[in-house]
Every structure is written in C-alpha cells, then in structure tokens.
Design a protein around this ligand. Structure first.
Ligand code: ATP
Length: 191
C-alpha cells in the first residue's frame, strides 16, 4: 500500500523549515511521496492575501526540483476559494483509493483540529503527522484523531520572517534554497 503525505500551507514562500519537515516525514514514516499543496486561501489567515498563485507554485517547483519523492500539486489553487483540508483529502482518496494518507500539521493547529470542516470524516480519512516547532511542547490531538509526532528537524524559520527580511533589504540566503532566493530577488517578490 502506498503511503502518501499531504502537506498544505501558504508556502509564501517555501523555506528550509518546510523542506526539512517533509524529509523527516518521509524518513520517519516511510512515505513514498509527499505532495506540497499551496492553499488558495488559508482558513487560518482569512484576511491575508498571499503572493500570486503562479509565483508560489514556481518557487515550490524550484525548491523541489530533482527530488522525485516531493511533488507540487495545484489542486487547491485550481479549486479557488478557502482551502479546506477535507476537500483535498476527498480528492486524493478518489485519485489514489488504495493509498494510506497522512496529513502534515503544525503543532499549533492540533488543539483546534476538532473544529476543522467535517472533522469526523477527516479523522477517519487520514492520520496526522505533527510538525514540531522550536519551543512548542508536545500536543495531544482531540479524541477520535490519530496523530504521530515527527522528531526532526525543528527550525526557527518562517515565511513571514523571509517576507519581512526582503522588505528590509536583508539577505534571505540560508533560509530557503538558493534557486528560491534568486527567483524571489529576480522577480521582485515581497518588496
Ligand atoms: P507564515 O510565517 O506566513 O505564517 P509559515 O512559515 O508558518 O508561514 P506556512 O506555509 O503557513 O508557513 O506553513 C505550512 C506548514 O508548515 C504549517 O503546518 C506549518 O506549521 C509548517 N511550518 C512552517 N514553518 C515551519 C518550520 N520552520 N519548521 C517546521 N514546520 C514549519
């Protein structure tokens, strides 16, 4: 049975924290593939307009180039509107019915999982892989959810930090891949 990881987020832009988490998930839970799925609009950031879809997709493609286990999927961008995980999970269950699905989730979101759209069905459809963030204590999932903790590699990098550094004219190399950093500079993103 194929083991597939689904990694949703704004990816605005993708950074080394995301990439290291994906690697840890592959190694620790023997995933065959991970799909990075940029959200059209995050339910957690309703007032935030991310960089345009094509730019975020392009940065993800650059970041994941050459790693066949890591793929980008535009299905939430194509669907548009607020991106609810359950719709994405249903689409994957239809697309690869025989796969076992895992959903990567930041530790900060775990306590409110039961409030996610169609939470009971979500709980039956995927197992959650909880992403550690530096300084965050282990979080227990709500009743009914199956979740496992990832160990590696907590890294204090965020997309908002990268956007703020670009605005301040500070370098962003070492926070994300060099192809991603160059593309952000060449296309004048986040200025
Ligand atoms: P922002 O700073 O804009 O809020 P972000 O850096 O948290 O963005 P997102 O794209 O919103 O990035 O996050 C997608 C997923 O990746 C979330 O589940 C989040 O918890 C996780 N994530 C983000 N940064 C890191 C990091 N440094 N280490 C591990 N996981 C991370």
């Amino acid at each position: 049975m194929e083991r597939i990881g689904l990694f949703g987020g704004s990816f605005d832009p993708v950074h080394l924290g995301h990439l290291l988490v994906a690697r840890a998930a592959c190694e620790e839970f023997s995933l065959d593939r991970i799909y990075f799925i940029p959200a059209a609009r995050s339910p957690f950031k309703p007032d935030f307009a991310p960089a345009d879809d094509r730019a975020r997709m392009q940065l993800l493609r650059l970041a994941l180039a050459g790693n066949p286990r890591m793929r980008v999927d535009s299905l939430e961008l194509d669907r548009g509107g607020t991106s609810f995980s359950i719709n994405t999970v249903r689409a994957y269950a239809r697309r690869i019915p025989e796969a076992k699905l895992f959903w990567l989730i930041g530790a900060d979101h775990v306590p409110t999982l039961h409030k996610w759209r169609d939470a009971p069905q979500l709980a039956k459809s995927v197992e959650f892989l909880i992403i550690p963030r530096p300084g965050q204590a282990d979080t227990k999932p709500p009743d009914g959810f199956t979740a496992h903790h990832l160990r590696g590699f907590p890294l204090g990098v965020s997309s908002s930090q990268i956007r703020a550094r670009v605005q301040q004219g500070l370098p962003i190399d070492y926070l994300t891949g060099s192809a991603v950093a160059n593309s952000i500079r060449d296309n004048g993103l986040y200025l």
